[in-house]
Design a protein around this ligand. Structure first.
Ligand code: SAM
Ligand code: SF4
Ligand code: SF4
Length: 352
């Protein structure tokens, strides 16, 4: 528990974990078809996405955000699908940025994006009060990037987005790269090289068996340790002391002062023990784990007749009943992961 949080507001789940982070998905659609998230075989051109009438309005999202902050949430990450496809997103950011945590601090508002629309929107998002941006980029080489994103977008378009975000004052920008063995391990060193000394922190994520990763296999996971060994064989790294609060990435600095590199070992060294994250899909389903098989609709508490306190109580009930620790359980069943798979919520619905 962080020292400056009101104890009365501390809401713990069944494993003693507080509620600190909310991932708020604003749209389930995306302009990419990353093969590990929205493979075209599963999401063809005529795929029936969520009807726009089912999506929450910004007013409803703000009501949700206020309820979550009353329960201890300190950070909201806006996600998707591709969140920048949601029209007028700046207006949502502007309203969320006015909220405060239970201890009176400004709420931290971040976005995770594939970066394609970021160059056009970075300034407006910053002006609206966005705190930080994370850009997903799996390759420096155009051919590898196109194969993974299954689009014609060149890497330069994403790099322009990163540059615009930094120029708009959204620094330090983070870059997330999913590593797939046999697909983009050739890109690990080029990514580190490209961002070294620029102030952009690159984090490598293990390829997870999330909903949407229909072609996942254990053999395609390059572990965080293997990725780090590869980086360290060329770039000497020094570990960074973990700060307060849970971080999913194990962080390192270039020993010669070239900035930060992180490794997220979601598969090989799961961090369920400190998982303080709730997720809400664009149609208002609450999920308490990335690997949940079902959510709980918050819509009954989003009408004008339901108060924010009633909504907060509904969320509190879900959180206090939570015992999810999928990745830890999967790790103990190591070697048998493939056969253990069952249909979990799609990553494009809950946004990572
Ligand atoms: N479209 C935005 C983007 O790509 O940044 C936001 C949503 S996306 C679902 C959020 C994050 O989930 C991305 O960084 C993506 O790389 C990651 N992701 C998706 N599928 C994954 C998988 N199978 N394993 C690991 N990370 C995954
Ligand atoms: Fe879209 Fe992000 Fe999924 Fe790629 S990872 S398909 S950009 S939602
Ligand atoms: Fe959190 Fe579930 Fe991931 Fe564990 S598996 S870290 S509980 S989201």
């Amino acid at each position: 528990m962080s020292a400056d949080v009101d104890v009365d507001a501390e809401v713990l789940d069944r494993l003693g974990r507080p509620l600190r982070d909310l991932r708020l998905s604003v749209i389930d659609q995306c302009n990419f078809r990353c093969t590990y998230c929205m493979p075209r075989e599963v999401f063809p051109a005529d795929y029936a996405f969520m009807p726009s009438a089912d999506r929450l309005s910004f007013t409803q999202m703000v009501k949700i955000a206020r309820s979550f902050t009353s329960l201890g949430v300190e950070k909201i990450r806006i996600t998707g699908g591709e969140p920048l496809l949601r029209r007028g997103l700046e207006a949502l950011v502007e309203q969320l940025a006015k909220l405060t945590t239970v201890s009176g601090k400004p709420l931290e508002i971040a976005i995770t994006t594939n970066g394609t629309l970021l160059a056009a929107k970075a300034r407006a998002l910053k002006d609206a009060g966005l705190s930080r941006v994370t850009v997903s980029l799996d390759a420096v080489d155009d051919a590898v990037f196109r194969r993974m994103s299954d689009t014609d977008v060149p890497v330069s378009r994403v790099l322009d987005g990163i540059e615009a975000a930094s120029a708009a004052g959204l620094a330090p920008v983070k870059v997330n790269a999913v590593v797939q063995r046999g697909v983009n391990e050739s890109q690990i060193l080029p990514l580190v090289r490209l961002f070294k000394g620029t102030g952009v922190a690159v984090r490598f994520i293990e390829y997870m068996d999330v909903g949407g990763a229909d072609f996942w296999s254990d053999a395609a996971v390059l572990t965080a340790r293997q990725t780090r060994d590869m980086v360290e064989s060329v770039f000497p790294l020094t570990p960074v002391e973990p700060g307060p609060g849970a971080s999913t990435a194990v962080r390192y600095h270039h020993t010669d002062g070239g900035g930060e590199v992180g490794f997220i070992a979601s598969v090989s060294q799961p961090f369920c023990g400190s998982c303080s994250r709730a997720r809400v899909s664009a149609d208002g389903q609450l999920y308490t784990c990335l690997f949940a098989t079902q959510g709980t609709s918050l819509k009954p508490w989003l009408s004008e007749s339901a108060s924010e306190a009633q909504l907060a109580q509904a969320i509190r009930l879900q959180w206090t009943g939570r015992a999810d620790r999928y990745s830890e359980l999967r790790a103990t069943a190591r070697g048998n992961r493939q056969s253990q798979r069952y249909p979990t919520v799609r990553m494009s619905l809950v946004g990572g």
